[in-house]
Design a protein around this ligand. Sequence first.
Ligand code: URA
Length: 207
Amino acid sequence: MPELSKIKKLIIIEENLRKCSLCAISKSRTNLVFGTGNPDTKLMFIGEAPGRDEDLQGKPFVGRAGQLLTKIIESIGIDREEVYIANILKCRPPGNRPPEPGEINNCEQFLKQQIEIIRPEIICPLGRIASQALLKTQTQISKLRGNSFTYENIKLIPTYHPAYLLRNPYDKIKVWEDMKIIKETLEGPPLEQIPPAKKNEENQKTD
Ligand code: URA
């Protein structure tokens, strides 16, 4: 049987997610926010959860934070359409409250499948919730950013969430630094050369 294309595989996961009712927020959402962008990308961004605008449009990062994310991506000479953008949660938590641990846990299987299909060279989690959820840590985002890690053998470079930057613009400089590292990494030798991580080395700092 021929391999299903990445797009077809992603559609199947999205359809399965539509039927998911593991969390109460699956009932209160307007739209599922699965993810958008190029599934053949080398760079994937993962945010926290849909907000009001995203819930209404069914697309990630379309509000004010999304406009800033577009500028952040463009700052390293990449078009937003070239990358893939998703969230830890696919349904909006009411009132934009932070995702609950149980919700993160329920949604993880779908995100893992999404990442497995896209297999980017770099994952950039945006902010505390996404970084802590992927790295299974409680370490503060201010300590995580500026370092690189591995997640399922994929390089993971965390940075601040654009919504945080809207409230704390003086930290934008740190995000530009993180983006420079991402750009240099993308332009460096192919990342397939990173040796497979042993089980107990997963999620360890690589720099
Ligand atoms: N914040 C997020 O974390 N994700 C979105 O899609 C929008 C805002």
